[in-house]
Design a protein around this ligand. Sequence first.
Ligand code: NAP
Ligand code: ZN
Length: 348
Amino acid sequence: MIQTKGYAAQTNKSDLAPWNFERREVGPHDVQFDIQYCGVCHSDLHQIKDDWFPGIFPMVPGHEIVGRVVKVGAHVTKFKVGDLAATGCMVDSCGHCENCKDDLEQYCLEGPTFTYNGMERDGSMPTYGGYSNTIVVKEEFVLHLSDKLDLAATAPLLCAGITTYSPLRHWKVGKGHKLAVLGLGGLGHMGVKFGVAFGADVTVLSTSPKKEADAKKLGAHHFVVTSDPEQIKAAQGTFDFILDTVSAKHDFNMYLSLLKTNGTMMCVGAPSDPADISAFSLLMGRKSVAGSAIGGIKETQEMLDFCAEHNIVSDIELIDIKDITTAFERMEKGDVRYRFVIDMATLK
Ligand code: NAP
Ligand code: ZN
């Protein structure tokens, strides 16, 4: 076994604290890489608090993981020691269901193995995430990174990036479309960057008036403060798509009224509370509410390559792992500009 250092929540009520644990030895098809940076996703906060379902504790969160390969198994062909490597939200899937065969491992019919708060497929041990110094992952679930991009700012692409890229690609959002990005946090700011890169006219819908200047710097064309009834009135029926990245309960009916006829609300935010949606919000205007989860491995690599080509990374605040609880508190208040990334060199 590989002795590993990390930060874990011991229960759903405890703050993260240093914790040593073991990872499996590098198997013939595995890549081991030392983690240099790990992004802090709102899903990490949901899961350590058991917002979605009872979790597996101790829990080491983190699924925006980048670093350098230190060991490869005998049958590994795509990585060698010293290469940059990355892992996102999944580390395995069944590999033989319809969705896995279609490069949609995130929708594996037997359930993908998530990077943490899951069990290895053989049931031998829990999975532990990227708030740690090293990780062992099956080669097929390890991504290649370009050395052209800032490594720390690349980490959030592994979740916030692919989660916004995938629905925008699936619904073919681009030139001629009016796209609203609801919530300017980790996911939202990547949604703005991709929406702009794909040629859409992008509006940020935000509860935080102070984020307007940043939204424009990120490339957004318009900014609507959602608490201002006048601004909401003016935006009625104007969007082809809304990319909803909100992490807490919110008023779907109000936001659906901002869609044009045939418009689609693409939900990627994952509040724990169910939404109340009136049938009238949908049928008057033939509107759709849809969801999307991360992206498959092939699409994640495509997204990373797109980012390297177009020089897209996240806007980050690099933190010491000792400050993770403060970072979570700030995230809860919507005070993230726009992704915290842990510098793993601070994990002593
Ligand atoms: P984040 O950085 O905290 O951003 C969420 C943003 O939502 C906030 O910055 C805030 O933006 C807005 N917001 C928060 N509370 C709100 C409320 N009550 N009403 C309206 N707006 C509110 O979080 P994140 O990391 O981007 O994650 C967002 C959500 O996506 C989380 O639920 C996460 O679990 C989920 N997620 C889903 C997937 C997937 O595969 N579908 C993947 C990753 C994450 P403003 O200040 O601009 O209003
Ligand atoms: Zn995430």
